[in-house]
Design a protein around this ligand. Structure first.
Ligand code: SAH
Length: 281
């Protein structure tokens, strides 16, 4: 049996990584890109088709073909098929709450120094964009979320992009983090919720000494309040940054910044914990 046939006969999601598999298979999540650079996320299924206003592409036409293949609908509209990256997924994933965008997710990974096996407490979970990112880079994530519907949505979104394996490293609790953190020995605490300063008094004891705290906040008033609480606590290296990302238009001699950019998302505040309950006098 050729490699092509063997992959065609496999319609499960059972390999270690669909990203390494060369040819597209049933069960794969793919992204279709049209001639105007619009993107659509689709999961390849038997007897299904991608419907667009310019006709349809049967999923079976894509199965067994490599990423980067081109397809045309009956009315000759062109689509290219690629597997989505984490960035593509975050921009398209089903959401209830506003997600943290890739431009901030990347820096959060480095601010919080995320690596395989690191123990992270994340709150709130919202649509799970940050959870998916932390799990993708190997973290063990405990998540506190007050809303059951968001907790469900976050877990579904994690599973859709990463499959089942990371769910074993994702421990979700319906819990108001302002009331306390009954965990200990955490390496990181990462917050995206309205009043992060209410969480700061719970950090010693939950976060280990030397552990890193990161908060994402849209408003500078939130940052000001958070910073004043951090400044009074056992923290060092307290910093706030804003990430600006400007894309460029590059076409012939017209080489300039794009006219439009995302002007604002949120501020990232980070700090490291010095003390702990053992040091309190
Ligand atoms: N970072 C997420 C989005 C989080 S939106 C993402 O990237 O997808 C903020 C979330 O915080 C909401 O789901 C909200 O329900 C939750 N939240 C607000 N206050 C909370 C609290 N006190 N404890 C736990 N979760 C809280």
């Amino acid at each position: 049996m050729s490699k092509h046939e063997s992959q065609l006969s496999n319609d499960g999601h059972d390999t270690e990584s669909t990203y390494d598999a060369e040819l597209l298979r049933y069960g794969d999540r793919v992204m279709l890109i049209d001639s105007r650079n619009r993107r659509y996320l689709v999961t390849l299924a038997r007897d299904a088709a991608f419907h667009s206003h310019s006709g349809l592409v049967p999923h079976e036409d894509m199965v067994g073909r490599p990423e980067g293949s081109e397809f045309r609908t009956a009315s000759n509209a062109k689509y290219i098929v690629l597997r989505p990256t984490l960035t593509d997924y975050v921009l398209k994933m089903p959401r209830g709450a506003q997600v943290i965008y890739p431009k901030d997710l990347g820096p959060i990974l480095l601010l919080a120094d995320i690596h395989p096996g690191v123990r992270v407490l994340e709150s709130g979970l919202g649509s799970g964009a940050l959870s998916t990112t932390l799990l993708r880079y190997g973290a063990i994530v405990t998540g506190y979320e007050i809303r059951e519907d968001f907790a469900e949505r976050a877990q579904e979104n994690v599973k859709t992009f990463l499959g089942d394996e990371p769910l074993e490293r994702y421990h979700v609790h319906i819990r108001d983090i302002y009331e306390g953190i009954p965990e200990s020995g955490l390496d990181r605490v990462i917050l995206d919720l309205p009043e992060p300063w209410q969480v700061v008094p719970h950090l010693p004891g939950a976060l280990r000494r030397g552990g890193i705290f990161v908060a994402y906040n849209p408003s500078i008033i939130q940052v000001q309040q958070l910073r004043s609480v951090l400044a009074d606590g056992p923290f060092t290296m307290i910093e706030t940054v804003e990430i600006l990302q400007r894309s460029w238009h590059v076409e012939g001699n017209a080489v300039r910044p794009d006219h439009r950019m995302v002007g604002h998302t949120g501020f990232l505040t980070s700090a490291r914990l010095l003390g702990g309950p053992a040091e309190d006098e």
